[in-house]
Write a protein that binds this ligand. Structure first.
Ligand code: ATP
Length: 439
């Protein structure tokens, strides 16, 4: 694995962003837990997506549908039949691999001969109620999108909206991936942020291009990912699902290479058509002005939260040889700086009393902490030398550090330190919130 990727993985564990799930039991393949900093970063990414996709637009509505749904939904969507990957099993060691990920037609583990490839359905199965048979079989959703399609009519009827409109949802999805891996890039339980945008047939091309632009804009200007590390890859005709009119992948330049973080698809009316057919419900839209009746076409930007989270971390992770904050030659060490955009940083402000053994100073620092914690996510830290504390905050991407010292007691002011420039300015405590808000 790429050396830089290894460093990022161990960093995320060391600082409490990501843990292997069930760690003390030896882990479980393809599942991860998110620690105190991870959960904040994820929540901030989700908030940013929701704000950008839902709150900023009058015609996009939110939804939170169930994870387990009527299994007929997956028949209609085609998942029961075709949501599978080709699987190869080794005749010798019986390890299983995704056939399309193999470089040669032999077992990559032991070199043994492989059995004939077969299709493996990726949906996790479960049973509803006390009897475990085919009549009680259900699935954990492999995508959030179908929950949206089956609620299309509910939203249309209750929100007094007109085409074009969209439905957005954030939630867990489950895929029994044959080979999970590359850390949280390919997991068996993950989270998606999806939106289905319903348009009049004929309007889909314009809407498709619009959403590609909008989504790229979010990654660059709202998450702060470097433009040069993102690209739009248009899928070739042969790659497209049979119903799809177009599909692009937004890819990030991960240490493991360019890989998909979001797919944007122009899906025609495939999903509504199928659900209409299988449920028997009329899902046509009636345009009261033109008196036309039609099944809307759909544009779907489908973003993976975990891959976005990983891209944000990879993009922000900066190692500084020789350090920036250590001064003497002898103690110069490598330093890590996490250059996260301030709006998504897990901790916005660190509150640091210069010394911890002077009660007046810690008391004042607590006052400042109490003042700020209503407005920003804050961390109070009084242990260790001030330089070390700055470094700990730089590592987790905290954009601001507020230091309370002896002068603070006299002047009611503090030092405000900027993570990236390390510049420090003296600010009156009364002006602290507005100064942080302005920057
Ligand atoms: P891939 O080709 O990498 O398996 P996909 O094309 O099947 O992905 P989609 O079905 O388009 O993925 O899902 C939309 C998004 O959901 C992806 O862009 C990705 O960010 C995320 N995603 C899909 N599968 C996984 C997974 N196993 N682990 C983490 N995220 C995933």
């Amino acid at each position: 694995m790429d050396n830089n990727f290894d460093k990022i993985i161990s960093f995320t564990k060391r600082r409490g962003f990501v843990f292997q799930s069930s760690d003390i039991y030896g882990g479980i393949g393809g599942f991860y837990d998110f620690g105190p900093l991870g959960v904040e970063l994820r929540n901030n990414i989700k908030k940013s997506w929701w704000n950008y996709m839902v709150f900023q637009r009058e015609n996009i509505f939110g939804l939170d549908s169930a994870i387990i749904m009527n299994p007929n939904i997956w028949k209609a969507s085609g998942h029961t039949e075709t949501f599978s990957d080709p699987l190869s099993e080794c005749k010798e060691c019986h390890k299983r691999f995704r056939t399309d990920h193999l470089e040669k037609n032999v077992c990559p583990e032991c070199g043994g001969e492989l059995m004939e490839s077969r299709d493996f359905n990726l949906m996790f199965k479960t049973f509803i109620g006390p009897v475990e048979d085919n009549t009680s079989l259900a699935y954990l959703r492999p995508e959030t999108a179908q929950g949206i399609f089956v609620n299309y009519k509910n939203i249309l009827n209750t929100q007094r909206t007109k085409i074009p409109f969209g439905i957005a949802q954030i939630g867990k999805a489950f895929r029994n991936e044959i080979t999970p891996g590359n850390f949280i890039f390919r997991m068996r339980e993950f989270e998606q942020m999806e939106m289905e945008y319903f348009v009049k047939p004929g309007e889909e091309e314009k809407a498709f291009e619009y959403w590609i632009d909008q989504r790229m804009n979010w990654y660059i200007n709202f998450l702060g990912i470097k433009k040069e590390n993102l690209r739009v890859r248009r899928q070739e005709k042969e790659e497209l699902a049979h119903y799809a009119k177009g599909c692009v992948d937004i890819e990030y330049n991960f240490p493991i290479g360019w890989s998909e973080i979001e797919g944007i698809a122009s899906r025609g009316n495939f999903d509504l058509f199928q659900h209409q057919k299988f449920s028997g419900e009329d899902l046509n839209y009636f345009d009261v002005e033109t008196k036309e009746k039609y099944l809307p076409y759909v544009i779907e930007p489908s973003c993976g939260l975990d891959r976005t989270f990983l891209a944000v971390l990879c993009d922000a992770f900066t190692e500084i040889e020789g350090g920036r904050t250590t001064t003497t030659e002898s103690n110069k060490e490598k330093e890590i700086l996490l250059k996260l955009k301030s709006s998504i940083a897990p901790i916005k402000v660190a509150v640091l009393p210069l010394v911890k053994n002077k009660e007046e100073i810690t008391k004042k620092a607590r006052e400042v902490f109490n003042l700020l914690k209503d407005k920003f996510s804050c961390q109070y830290d009084e242990t260790g030398a001030i330089g070390r504390r700055y470094r700990r905050q730089d590592e987790i991407g905290t954009p601001w550090a507020v230091t309370i010292d002896f002068d603070s007691l006299v002047n009611d002011d503090v030092t405000l330190r900027d993570r990236d420039t390390m510049s420090q300015q003296r600010i009156k405590i009364d002006n602290l919130i507005s100064t942080i808000n302005e920057n």
